[in-house]
Design a binder for this molecule. Structure first.
Ligand SMILES: [Zn+2]
Length: 505
């Protein structure tokens, strides 16, 4: 099976190590193994369909979950037993392998291993896609980054108290806004536009921590993004307060759960009013992927979309006018926005989420988002309504709602977001050209000298921790270097998790 090393097999048996080369912890462990394995007895192989295929004892999905080692006789060891086997390769770590093979140390070892294996995605900064197998030069380059890390750590220590203070201040701001908007409906433009707040205890936690509001936008008789399953009770309360016949249609800007769970439900409740959505959104929602557990619990799993629904082309009919439908990929591929040319009003959904939004979800493609923002800049917009409640306008007929209405011209806001995105793109492209590891590129995009870097640091890291790495600054960096899906051999860790949860369901 293994052609090389035949002559010294007896005294120095070789082993093949199958590791997840998209996981930074695994990569780091392999770097250590290469350092300790002076005689080169271990051959490290990234887990890919073609590398695993020759070994009938190896299954791709199990290899992605834990380390696998195949010894010279073809015996497969996994998890802690594989670690103990590898430890015996070096005189420095031989004792760990020997002790770790016998109880009670083998039990402890297994427990510790399982803990790390289970949590490595949360700790890992890489999470697949952006970096592939570690190259020999990587280790050298990392060593040369010492000054960067020293400087960054010092900056971190100096600013950490400030960062915490900013976090406390933002909690206070979020709590005040939540208090003010809880269960409310805010009618604007003589009732043509209503922000209908949909609160639920778990969603309120998200609002409190991250400031996102959960709401349905009611515009000229169309209920846009009518919330998630968790918000149904609030939606019922809100519907009871609306005059009969106010809502004549239901629509969604994109497939994310907080926008799309109640499309059929609301339509049925209102006596089969039409449901409108983009073709791509409908395709996704007809068999929606199982979302990660934390999102399922806090917001709710989208149910499969049922007929009847109508696919939007260029216009969406409303009660008194029609809205232009504009494709706006970036936040996710299926995103559309609604534009009222006469009113100069844009219902942007999540296609605009604050200027320095820095911990996005894994389906963001920032390059597409930049192109979308350029296209939105061509529109004449006086009122910009975000999908999470914030309104940007200078118009006097929109009253001041503290914390909710931002008194700034939408064009300026979009322009500033574009500047931020384009600056990030430059930083990332030049970082990657210079061969910096992803983590260092991330640091270079959030220099302590710029206030958004430390003001949002604690809250971004909290998002990373709570979502097990799902919403993070690393995702922002990765969103600039997405590979076209047909080029990537392996699923990203995010997709691998989907597969696992699909299997278990
Ligand atoms: Zn979204």
């Amino acid at each position: 099976m293994e052609g090389t090393g035949e002559s010294h097999l007896k005294d120095a048996p070789t082993v093949k190590v199958f590791y997840d080369d998209q996981c930074e912890i695994c990569q780091a462990s392999v770097s250590w193994l290469r350092l300790l394995d002076r005689k080169g007895r271990a051959e490290c192989v990234g887990i890919h369909p073609e590398t695993v295929a020759p070994y009938p004892g190896l299954a791709l999905d199990r290899c992605l979950q834990q380390l696998h080692v195949v010894d010279s006789r073809g015996k497969v060891l996994s998890g802690w037993r594989a670690v103990a086997r590898l430890a015996r390769l070096s005189p420095w770590t031989w004792w760990i392998g020997a002790l770790g093979s016998a109880p009670p140390f083998s039990w402890l070892g297994r427990l510790a291993y399982e803990f790390v294996a289970k949590n490595r995605y949360a700790v890992s900064k890489c999470r697949g896609g952006a970096c592939h197998a570690s190259k020999p030069g990587d280790v050298r380059r990392r060593a040369a980054l010492a000054p960067l890390w020293t400087c960054y750590s010092l900056g971190f220590l100096l600013r950490f108290p400030l960062s915490l203070a900013a976090l406390v201040r933002s909690f206070w701001r979020h709590a005040t806004l939540l208090w003010r908007t809880h269960g409310c409906r805010i009618d604007l433009l003589r009732g043509k536009l209503s922000l209908v707040f949909l609160n639920s205890s778990t969603c309120d936690v998200v609002s409190l921590l991250f400031g996102e509001q959960f709401l349905m936008i009611l515009y000229d008789g169309v209920a846009i993004d009518p919330g998630s399953t968790r918000m149904r009770r609030a939606l019922v309360r809100q519907l009871d307060c609306l005059p009969n016949g106010t809502i004549r249609a239901v629509a969604a800007t994109h497939h994310h759960e907080e926008h799309s769970c109640n499309l059929n439900w609301l339509s049925t409740r209102l006596g089969a009013v039409p449901v409108y959505l983009g073709a791509e959104t409908a395709r996704i929602l007809e068999s929606p992927p199982i979302i990660p557990r934390i999102r399922r619990w806090m917001i709710g799993q989208p149910p499969a979309l049922r007929q009847p629904f109508m696919i939007l082309e260029r216009f969406m009919p409303c009660a008194s006018t029609q809205l232009e439908v504009i494709a706006a990929p970036g936040h996710c591929d299926d995103h559309i926005v609604f534009y009222d040319r006469a009113e100069k009003l844009l219902i942007a959904g999540d296609a605009f989420m604050g200027v320095y939004f820095s911990a996005p979800n894994p389906d963001v493609d920032s390059l597409k988002w930049i192109a979308t923002l350029h296209r939105l800049m061509e529109l004449e917009i006086e009122i910009l309504v975000e999908g999470h409640g914030f309104v940007h306008t200078l118009r006097a007929d929109v009253p001041d709602v503290p914390g909710l209405v931002a008194r700034r011209h939408p064009r300026e806001e979009i322009q500033e977001k574009l500047r931020f995105f384009e600056w990030l793109r430059e930083q990332i492209e030049s970082g990657l050209r210079e061969g910096l590891p992803l983590r260092a590129v991330e640091v270079s995009c959030f220099p302590w000298g710029r206030s958004f870097a430390w003001e949002q640091f604690a809250s971004d890291e909290m998002a990373r921790l709570l979502s097990a790495g799902h919403w993070s600054r690393t995702e922002l960096i990765r969103s600039f270097v997405r590979l076209p899906s047909d080029e990537s051999v392996l699923p990203t860790v995010y997709q691998a998790r989907f597969w696992r949860s699909n299997e278990s369901d």
